[in-house]
Design a protein. Sequence first.
Length: 181
Amino acid sequence: MVAVLEDRILSQSAYSAEIDVPLEAIDIADWLFTLPEAEYQRCCVPDHIAAGVTTTDDGRRMSINVEQIGSGLVVQHYIAEVAEKNYCRMNSISDVFTANGRTQVNVVWELIAEAMDDGRTRYTNRVTAHPTDVFMAFLAEHGLSYEDAAKARQDAGGDHNSRETPMFAASIARRALANRK
């Protein structure tokens, strides 16, 4: 069992984009768990590689995402902790493949829709990564400092999130409009 060091933040970013659709028409959970792989790939070219949905052994919904973040290939196993129309909180022990080998980090992905005064919706994509005991051992084994790893993850993760957020928002809007017809 991988231990998550929740008291430490490896990286954190949150970006928002406005959607020309009212909040009542948005269903983030429906979008997330029916997202076609090709649509996922379009949401952050060339970083997004593959996506799919499944369940855990005990029946909880799960989104599997494969993406390139900086120099690491990341396989995310997001389990839904909350999956509602306007808020999803997904939690993953993610496998990260680097030039130095394989390690694991904990990633919490929050997808948030909030009503705006003008009948529009603000979508926020918040991603927080925590180190795991496996990650800390990996750093020690390779003589890498936590500070350097956190800076690299913050830079790469923030850049990735800033590019995918407006594309996710546009995709959520398209899904909402299609569902209204």
